[in-house]
Design a protein around this ligand. Structure first.
Ligand SMILES: [Zn+2]
Length: 136
């Protein structure tokens, strides 16, 4: 959340540029996903501004992940944290994209439902041109 807060107030001093999401990328991804988490459908706003949602790169920017809407996911704070720590990844199967969960991820809150994520498919943008494509 620190990066999102600093980005919202246009403060980038002291952080590597790869740690601060490009606002244009973030807005495009959040709009493409109708301001809902692609994994759990979480959606919350405060005075019209998304709250607890962010745009994650499918491939980390430090590894060359581009700021393209097709290469991003709208994720809630929990799923963004697990994604960015490498506890989740995507797999493309015959039924579409599925969320993979690391076996190292412990879920001590039964209501959090993180460990049942593999049964879920990824919710994709309505606009086909904005959907995740394989080959990230
Ligand atoms: Zn979520």
């Amino acid at each position: 959340m620190h990066g999102a807060i600093l980005s919202a107030v246009d403060f980038v001093g002291g952080l590597p540029s790869s740690a601060v999401p490009c606002r244009q990328f973030e807005n495009a991804v959040l709009d493409a996903y109708d301001r809902r988490c692609a994994v759990c459908d979480f959606s919350l706003d405060l005075a019209g501004m998304p709250l607890g949602l962010g745009a994650a790169h499918i491939k980390w920017p430090i590894a060359g992940g581009p700021d393209q809407v097709q290469k991003g996911l709208a994720l809630c704070g929990i799923h963004q944290a697990t994604w960015e720590r490498g506890a989740n990844s995507l797999a493309l199967g015959s039924a579409g994209f599925r969320i993979l969960v690391s076996s190292a991820l412990g879920d001590r809150e039964p209501d959090l439902d993180l460990l049942r994520l593999p049964a879920r498919s990824l919710r994709l943008p309505a606009d086909f041109t904005e959907r995740v494509s394989a080959g990230w």
